[in-house]
Design a protein around this ligand. Structure first.
Ligand code: HEM
Length: 184
């Protein structure tokens, strides 16, 4: 079952979700590690190039997840109070929005000096003309705030998943681990 059903996520969403989750956590760790390196550290350039390349790949994954989301059914919320269902929906959209803004801000920092981004030496993503003065510094601050906000949201999101699984004992987490069968 590749596509979602009204009961469960399908393999496409499940694989993209966990790939995105692991990559974002890795990128956060890499970002924290990078900012402590000095110019003379052998990994200074390499870690930055890796961060930028993965960032562009994440943009593709983010867009694919959104397109896939609009292209097929989504599982109905598990029984629960209306406010909780609304909060879960809002959280998913805030996650998408924060990830998108984080990725765009990363692109704007990297291309502020007019240089394109080399993605794993495979292809180049061209730069746009600078949009604001001091773009690298201003957007750099925004990028950092967004990264920490995303981690805060992910902690809340993780706590909600644990609550569903261990307290409510419903299928919310199970259906994001493997498809739970067809029901349209
Ligand atoms: C960086 C880490 C993560 C990000 C960015 C993320 C993002 C998202 C997004 C955007 C959705 C909505 C999918 C959709 O319907 O289109 C989602 C759903 C979900 N996530 Fe995550 N997630 C992350 C980590 C985790 C972790 C660690 C867990 C649990 C251990 C988890 C459990 C779930 C579950 C159970 C759903 C489905 C919720 C439902 O059916 O209402 N996620 N996640």
């Amino acid at each position: 079952m590749l596509k979602n059903s009204t009961k469960s996520y399908g393999w496409a969403t499940i694989c993209m979700h966990w790939l995105q989750a692991v990559t974002i956590l890795f990128m956060f760790g890499l970002g924290l590690y990078m900012v402590d390196l000095t110019y003379y550290d052998p990994w200074y350039r390499g870690s930055l190039e890796l961060h930028k390349s993965i960032g562009i790949m994440l943009m593709v994954l983010w867009a694919a997840m959104l397109l896939w989301r609009f292209a097929n059914t989504n599982p109905k919320p598990e029984p629960g109070p209306a406010w909780e269902q609304l909060a879960a929906k809002a959280m998913h959209w805030v996650l998408y929005l924060t990830i998108g803004s984080l990725l765009i801000s990363g692109y704007l920092i990297s291309t502020a000096d007019g240089r394109s981004i080399a993605v794993f030496d495979l292809f180049q993503v061209p730069a746009l003309p600078a949009l604001i003065e001091n773009q690298e510094t201003v957007v750099g601050e925004i990028h950092e705030i967004l990264a920490w906000s995303l981690i805060g949201l992910v902690i809340l999101h993780f706590a909600a998943a644990m609550k569903h699984h261990f307290l409510n004992k419903d299928n919310v987490l199970r259906r994001m681990i493997r498809p739970l069968g067809q029901s349209r």
